[in-house]
Design a protein around this ligand. Structure first.
Ligand code: NYM
Ligand code: MG
Length: 260
C-alpha cells in the first residue's frame, strides 16, 4: 500500500475528528509527542495542514507545613518522567531570586517586615516567574508547583489581613489546572518530626492557616488524606495528574486567577 495513500487516509480520518481533539486522547497514547499535526479535509477534497502544540498542565500542591507536599511533588515528578511526560518541579517561595532572598531572610527571622509588605513580596516572587511559567506551559511542559497563590492568601489572612486584600495582588497570575490539598490536622502535622524553626511553624498559627485554607478552597480542589501511606497517596496523585495533563493536551486553554 503506498505510504502517501496511507497517510492521506489517516489525515482524512483525523480531519473528520476535528481540530480540537488530540491524537493522544483519541487513541489513548500515553507517551506525549511534542507536536501534533492535523490535516483537515474539506468537502471539495482540499486539505489544510496545521501544527498544534498541546500545552502542559499547571498542577499546584497546597497544605500546612509538614503535610508531605515536598516529598509527594518529587515522587510525582519521577513518575510523570517515567511515563514520558515533559515535566518540571517548581516551588514558591523561589528563594533563588532577589525577592526570594528577602523572603527567605524574613522566614528565618533574620529580618522583620510589615505583614502587608511580606505578603506583597511573596506575590511579587510569583509575578517574576509568570512569563517563564507561560513559556514552559505553552511549550508543552507540565509544572508541578509546591505552594502557589493559595499559600500566599492562607498564611497572610491567618495573620488577620483581609482575605480580599490578600487575593488582589495575585489577580492575573496563571490559574492552576489542578489544585491538590494535602489534608492533615495541625496537630498531626506538628507530630511529624517537628517543625524546622521557620516563622509560621507553630501549632497555634497552623490552626489558623487550616481555617484560612478552608475559607479559600472551592469544589474544584482535590483533597487528599495526607495521613495515608505514602505510596497510596503517590498513586492517587499520579492518576489525578495524568487526567489533568490529558485535559490540557485536548485543548483546555490557560486562564488567570481568580477564575472561579
Ligand atoms: N508562604 C509561602 C507564605 O506565607 N506565603 C506564600 O505566598 C508562600 C508561597 O512560606 N510556611 C509560607 C508558607 C511556609 C513558608 O514555604 C515556606 P515552604 O514550602 O515551607 O518552604
Ligand atoms: Mg515549610
Amino acid at each position: 500500500m503506498p505510504a502517501t495513500w496511507l497517510s492521506e487516509s489517516l489525515f482524512r480520518y483525523i480531519g473528520r475528528l476535528g481540530p480540537c481533539k488530540s491524537l493522544n486522547s483519541r487513541f489513548n497514547w500515553k507517551s506525549p509527542s511534542k507536536h501534533l499535526f492535523t490535516k483537515i479535509c474539506m468537502d471539495n477534497n482540499q486539505c489544510i495542514s496545521s501544527k498544534w502544540d498541546p500545552r502542559g498542565a499547571l498542577i499546584v500542591f497546597e497544605g500546612l507545613d509538614r503535610c508531605g507536599k515536598t516529598s509527594q511533588c518529587s515522587r510525582l515528578l519521577s513518575s510523570l518522567e517515567r511515563l514520558g511526560h515533559s515535566v518540571e518541579s517548581w516551588r514558591f517561595p523561589d528563594r533563588d531570586t532577589g525577592v526570594g532572598q528577602m523572603i527567605s531572610s524574613y522566614l528565618s527571622n533574620q529580618s522583620q517586615l510589615d505583614d502587608h509588605a511580606i505578603h506583597l513580596l511573596f506575590s511579587a516572587n510569583r509575578w517574576e516567574k509568570r512569563s517563564l511559567m507561560e513559556a514552559k506551559l505553552k511549550s508543552g511542559t507540565t509544572l508541578i508547583v509546591d505552594r502557589y497563590a493559595y499559600s500566599g492568601v492562607a498564611f497572610s489572612s491567618a495573620k488577620g489581613l483581609d482575605i480580599e486584600w490578600c487575593k488582589a495582588p495575585e489577580l492575573g497570575l496563571w490559574a492552576p489546572d489542578l489544585v491538590v490539598y494535602l489534608d492533615i490536622s495541625p496537630e498531626k502535622a506538628a507530630e511529624r518530626g517537628g517543625y524546622g524553626g521557620e516563622r509560621y511553624e507553630q501549632l497555634e498559627f497552623q490552626r489558623k492557616v487550616a481555617q484560612s485554607y478552608r475559607a479559600l478552597s472551592d469544589a474544584s480542589w482535590k483533597v487528599v488524606d495526607a495521613t495515608l501511606p505514602i505510596g497510596v497517596i503517590e498513586a492517587q496523585l499520579r492518576e489525578m495528574a495524568v487526567d489533568c495533563i490529558s485535559t490540557c493536551q485536548e485543548g483546555k486553554s490557560l486562564s488567570e486567577l481568580w477564575s472561579s
